[in-house]
Design a binder for this molecule. Sequence first.
Ligand code: DSN
Length: 414
Amino acid sequence: MNLQSRDPEIAKIIATEERRLREEIVLIASENYASRAVLEATGSVLTNKYAEGYPGRRYYAGTENVDAAESLATERAKQLFEGAEHVNVQPHSGSQANMAAYFAALEPGDRVMGMSLDHGGHLTHGSPVNFSGRIYDFVHYQLDEESEVIDYDAVERIAQELRPKIIVSGYSAYSRTIDFERFGKIAENVGAIHLADMAHIAGLVAAGVHPSPVPHAEIVTSTTHKTLRGPRGAMAITTNEWSRKYDSAVFPRMQGGPMGHTIAAKAVAYKEALSDEFKEYARNIVGNASALAEALTAAGMRIVSGGTDNHLMLVDLRDMNVSGAEAEVKMRSVGIVANKNMVPFDPNPPRVTSGVRIGVPSITSRGMNIDDMGTIAELIVESLRVTESSSEQQSLAQRVKDFASSFPVPGVDS
Ligand code: DSN
């Protein structure tokens, strides 16, 4: 019995979500559209199998097919990220991939250093409301107030002074190229491990349009569903030295059964990411982000650090008399989906914020190109200008819908 017959309510919710994806302009920097092939693997019978352990070393019988899928995923990930000595494709999420890294290398109370959340770090980089900030002694570095980019000399000074056991690089809202090599050297000089969380930029790294952290970090973690465009999940790359500790931190310490269906879908996504087409996609992401940042700047908006080198940008709304939370609502009212975000040295709290984070991986997957970025910028600016519930707002919403609907949604329409 298919889904429509078995559960029409859920079938309707999924169909409505497909329509939303078609009709809205998705600018959430961490989202993307998985391909039909990735969705098919995710929805496969591999979901049924228990396979605690690793290929060839399982605690259940009948695992030869999930073994094959996991081995293929691991091999392809190694091909994709040059220099990867060891890959673990089992972490269910980016947070869990980071948790396993901490479990592998730390005892509770050990000191770790990461970027603070309000400067672009992630919850798992030591936020006091997250397990990381509760279990470990996190110290934070921030962006330089003037340039709004990482001050590597300051990172080094803090590391020398506070001697963390892990230094975390990689961010959720940082629009500039990360000097992973410098982070690796800073960590080495203080006897720390370098943990690079490349979740946001993994697709760009895979395609060679952002420098890779792999040669410069003992542990690299990533989600698989952002710029990498795979299924919702995560992975880690470690040096041979850290492979056993990392694997046992994932299983049996943190997780039970791996998700064979998701691991198979990760393998599909890695295969896709090895293609020339994906490399072109990644180049287009960077081109689109840069064109959009320029168009927004030309329209009078301030982009944090003056622009972007990757897939996202932060718009500082402090001069525009609108908070990040208000901007998010105004944009959504016309079908533009982006999220409120703290800007560096933000005077507003996290639920309000003074900025919005805008990313282009999703619209680039739909085939929008640099010529379309002027239109997107214009629609964003207009969405912030028009009055709530006015006829002007209604006609803008129609314009967004017409524009968005003219581009196919991968996994839905193609
Ligand atoms: N929630 C993700 C993001 O939006 O950046 C990070 O995990």
